[in-house]
Structure formats: structure tokens, C-alpha cells
Design a binder for this molecule. Sequence first.
Ligand code: ADP
Ligand code: MG
Length: 330
Amino acid sequence: ESVVNRIAAGEVIQRPASAVKELVENSLDAGATSISVVVKDGGLKLIQVSDNGHGIRYEDLPILCERHTTSKLSTYEDLQTIKSMGFRGEALASMTYVGHVTVTTITEGQLHGYRVSYRDGVMEHEPRPCAAVRGTQIMVENLFYNMIARRKTLQSSSDDYPKIIDLISRFAVHNISVSFSCRKHGANRADVHTVASCSRLDAIRTVYGVSVARDLMEITTSDDNPARSIFKMDGFISNANYVAKKTTMILFINDRLVECTALKRAIEVVYSATLPKASKPFIYMLISLPSEHVDVNMHPTKREVSLLNQESLIETIQTAVESKLMNSNT
Ligand code: ADP
Ligand code: MG
């Protein structure tokens, strides 16, 4: 059974960056306004995510890392919402099958926190009282220690740290009421560091640099034709002065970090048609639409989504991008 669990867990947590994404999303769901990430050996040795969120209650600790344990079901009305938000109650459990997980947490009004380690879905010992300030710290050590082939592949391919930095950068740009930091273990300088309550453009400037923020234009569009998908899009896109060899597309749908290759390609097409001499674009886009219009079911672990009425939605966005580029170009 344990082998089956491990294989399933390895599907949910495919690489260190996927563990980081799940941990940071949990911190955001816990209402954290400060999240810091520490990484050792590209996450294979250590991933540590600390937040100042609402913490985990003592009585929830024994089952915290059991599969399908989630505290989020009651807060979302229907299964569809849960599915589309990716609330599966599988992330933490999976991490305990492929790594060593230690949780330190304190809830509001408690005098001390608790620390407990998990292995293969269960607590290794009773929670131990410990000093804690506020929120939760989750440590994942020796990820894939029991998946030798996976570890080897990850060690020989390039280190996951740049992927983790990229991920935190995206979260930081989107969640402007949260301060983020991400550093390598032992480093005294953070590689991403944002302060809460800045403007979106400030966040982009802090994370991606002045030269990027300078060349961005605000964009917004919506489509309230009830026959089509009811959606709203806001964001920033680069103008003709922006220079880059690769497209940066930061996409959040209903507040979840996702990827939509079809949309990305469609926007690139507009750029090359409208600004033939310009480089690849920088795009930050926030789309909100009814959750039943988002399908993340293609693969439970993939960030790639498909959308209902995807073609018409993409067309609407293309039109908005095109007119923005045309106006800026004249
Ligand atoms: P899900 O996020 O789908 O509910 P996870 O396996 O990611 O499942 O997390 C399981 C549960 O652990 C969450 O529902 C939540 O109750 C709790 N949890 C995990 N991380 C945190 C955190 N940083 N702060 C508070 N609670 C957390
Ligand atoms: Mg989660």
C-alpha cells in the first residue's frame, strides 16, 4: 500500500516547486499577510514556508496529513467551486509520503504552539508544545528521499530554485496585500522581497525591475453578454518599448495561479501582428469568471486550465490587447 501511496503522492508533488506552490497557497488560504520561503539544495534538502495566518488547531493535527483532509469544504458552497479552486486535501498528505514534514503552528489566543512531524500520512509522535509567534511553519525535508530515480533526475537537471523564485514572484505580484520573501538557506539576502500594501505596479517594479514596470500599460475588459462567459479581465501588458526574448505571462484565474497556453499563444499572435518589430510580451492578467467555467480537471496536478467558451473569451481579450497596442503605438 505504501508504494501505491508514494507513487500517487509523486504525481501530486512532481518537483520541489510544486510543493512550494501548494504550501504558499495554503498560507494564502489561511489569511496570511506575510509569507517567507527558505530553500536548500533547490528544495530537495529543505523547503520551509512560514506564514502569519490563522494557524492549525491542536485537534486538527492528528489528521492534518491524512489524504482528503481539508478544512476548506464548508467554506465553499458547491463541489464545482472546490474542484476548480483545486481544494483536494491531498497536498500535505502527499508531501508526507515523499518527504519528511514538520509542522509548527499556533492559533490565535494560545500561549504556545505545537510542533509535530509526519511520515506516510501519520503523526510520528504526539504534538509537542513549543514557542511560536503567530501562524504556521511547514518544513519539508529530503523530498523524494524514497524515490531514487526522481531525485537523480532532479539533481542532474537544473536546480529548482529559479522555478521557485519565479513562482514566488508571481504570487507576490498578484497578492499585493501580502509581503513575500524567498531566500536560499543560509543566505542573508532574499531573492524576492516585497512589502505588503503597495500598488500592483510597485509590486511588479520590486519583483521584475524598474525597466519592466516602466514599459507596462494597464488593461481591462469585460464581457457581460450572458450568452457567453461572464468575465472580467484586468492587468498590465508591455508596450512597444519592452524588450525580452521570452514571454512572461502571469495569469490568475479566480485568484488561482494557472497557465493557459491557448491564451498565451493568442496574445503573442496579437503582439507579432500589431508590433512586428517588438519583442515578446510581458503580461500580468487577472481573470474572474464563474467557477463552473473553469476546468482544471484535465490533470489534477497541472496548472494548465481550459475554459468554457474559451474561444470567445480569448477573442475578447485579443481585441482588448490589440486596441491597447494600437492606441499606444500612435
Ligand atoms: P487543501 O489545501 O486542499 O485543503 P492541503 O493538503 O493543502 O489541502 O492542506 C490540508 C489542510 O491543512 C488545509 O485544509 C488546512 O486546514 C490545513 N493547513 C495547511 N497549511 C496550512 C497553513 N499554512 N495554515 C493553516 N492551515 C493549514
Ligand atoms: Mg492546499
